[in-house]
Design a protein around this ligand. Structure first.
Ligand code: PEP
Length: 229
């Protein structure tokens, strides 16, 4: 299983350092085949070492240049970062990233050999129309994306389940992941209110290869409940 922690706009440099120190101590007990990825805010990047990978929640698809407020490859290289989240619904919906923007970012970081966790997900309105409509929407989010890229995984995150406490049902996750796996034969993560109380049933789903976690990743205790479940 892959366990990915998305801190979003939470944690400081100091609290991330404490978190990672604490996490690393406990990761000695994790299954050796499981992977842990941490996505802290950009200001908390550092040269961390341990049984986990640190990636970024976002970056601008340039080496460097005049892009006020953005961070490019040169700044990531300082911390040996080569893992990135692309296409998170908060960036698509709140920060207005279009599919074209997302695809451009994907192409740039693919060219650099980054590991890419590519997020897709539907609104409640689409979910209520049934699986066919959901799949049509999800497949549209692969437009311009090379789904055969070697260092590629997908995070399926229904928007209505993110940060809401409302998890997709086992049936919904199973049918969506089964359908996705037929199209993209890559690791598939589920994201959306994953927590200690539901990790066992989610992790047991055949085509769930991991989880992307927001809220429950913010404290080491609640994240470790997932990793060590
Ligand atoms: C996320 O936004 O990637 C996420 C899954 O958040 P949460 O776990 O809080 O629903």
């Amino acid at each position: 299983m892959i366990y990915a922690a998305n801190f979003k706009t939470n944690h400081t440099r100091k609290s991330t350092e404490n978190y990672i120190e604490d996490l690393q101590r406990h990761l000695l007990n994790k299954n050796s085949e499981d992977r842990v990825l941490i996505f802290p805010p950009l200001t908390a990047l550092d040269n961390y070492e341990g049984d986990f990978t640190v990636g970024v929640q976002n970056a601008y698809p340039v080496n460097n240049g005049a892009f006020t407020g953005e961070v490019g490859l040169e700044q990531l290289a300082e911390f040996n970062i080569n893992t990135i989240l692309i296409g998170h619904s908060e960036r698509r919906d709140i920060l207005n990233e279009s599919q074209e923007d997302v695809a451009k970012k994907f192409a740039f970081f693919k060219e650099q050999g980054f590991e890419i966790i590519y997020c897709i997900g539907e609104s409640l309105e689409v979910r209520e129309q049934g699986l066919e409509a959901v799949m049509e929407h999800l497949l549209s989010q692969f437009e311009g994306i090379d789904t055969t890229y070697e260092h590629f995984m997908v995070a399926y995150e229904p928007i209505w389940a993110i940060g809401t406490g409302r998890t997709a049902s086992v049936e919904e996750i199973t049918s969506t992941h089964d359908a996705l796996k037929k199209v993209v034969n890559k690791p598939l993560l589920y994201g959306g209110s994953v927590k200690g109380a539901n990790i066992a049933e989610i992790a047991a789903i055949e085509n769930v290869d991991g989880v992307l976690v927001g809220g429950a990743s913010l404290k080491t205790e609640t994240f470790l409940e997932l990793v060590l479940h």
